[in-house]
Design a protein around this ligand. Sequence first.
Ligand code: AMP
Ligand code: GLY
Length: 421
Amino acid sequence: MIICVLGSGGREHAICKTISLSSKISKIYCIPGNAGTQLLAKNIDLDIDNFEKILKFIKKAKVDLVIVGPEKPLVNGIVNFLENNGIKVFGPRKIPSQLEGSKTFTKNICKKYNIPTANFGIFDKKEDTINFLENSKFPIVIKADGLAAGKGVYISKNLSEAKEAVNEIFNGKFGEAKKILVEEFLKGEEMSFFVVCDGKNFKIFKTAQDHKRVNEGDEGKNTGGMGAYSPSGLINDSLEKKIINKIISPTLKAIDEMGEKYKGFLYAGLMILNNEPFLIEYNVRMGDPECQTILPLLKTDLIDIFIACCSENLENINLEWKDEKSLCIVLCSSGYPDKFTNNIKIDNLNNLKLNNNDFIFHAGTKIENNEIFSNGGRVLNFVSLSSSFKNSRERALKLINQLNWKNGFFRKDIGYKIIDK
Ligand code: AMP
Ligand code: GLY
């Protein structure tokens, strides 16, 4: 089969790497890809938002299956567009992608189907929002509706911080804001819960925990993710049942009752308090860096899973996993998530000796004349599997230290909640 993966992050490199292990693959393309995907696939330099050009390439290259990594093309309807042109695609269509694209879409489903989530109000006027806040308890959470690439969420400690957040959102900091969401602050520990769906059935994919804040001890600004580990230490049979029965199944029922089907990965961002799950948000894709952390644990052929999802045949696939602990540390460009410099050479990558349980997934990298340069805030993902999170972390740290990239920084405490407790 000829496969085309859309995206350019660590998630997409991990997908390319995992499908490259399948005997069913004859060729992989990645649009636009990075220096890591270039080693396994042919990178095609096309704009991921230009659906017409992507279609033209896919037809010319006789691609059998397209796998969409990031949320933006999904929310903008790339699956509908390609399917309407006769192309097989793994990923949700436009309306179900609103689960990530619009927080109010998701909140309205939660209300109708009684899905546990933070109490909330939706406002479309600044004055109404501020009136509501004047009578609220703090901390409180304020969110812009729509895709804000991990930003657009404020946790305000008091009224003046909250007012500033409301002003920034309505003044268009995250694009045109028609609606704003004010939410109760949930206490607890966060967990990422993944399922894969074929439109009729779903299977649990795996759990993980990521570290979104830039500094050690989970302090500082929000980022795309500084590291992750899988499985989550919070998961147990009774919690899993509650997540399925109270959150995942009612959501898929809601999509079904809209006359739509959910096909693809569904990522529930949960807050767990006293073994009870609350939905914080949905994403309609794999997480990044959770994908890089989880895929090395998968024993089942990933291509079989994608094909089964596209033919509503997931029921007949048995998902098998390695019984190991996976931990990922992200090496970032100095300055991230604020200003950073690109185009800094990364020497030494080829000198690192990886064993079978070590993986380096590229994110913001590019290749020029056989040399690798940084090309983004999150640059490389170091993943190790072993029988304990502690050993996995030590191994990943050892490899990062061996690389010794002078422009980089990383968190040394990934997994501290489970390792150092
Ligand atoms: P989101 O983009 O909705 O995932 O929010 C980003 C981050 O803000 C989450 O990963 C949580 O750490 C935090 N957050 C969002 N909503 C809440 C909430 N209702 N209570 C506590 N923390 C939240
Ligand atoms: N790791 C968070 C995300 O992928 O949204």
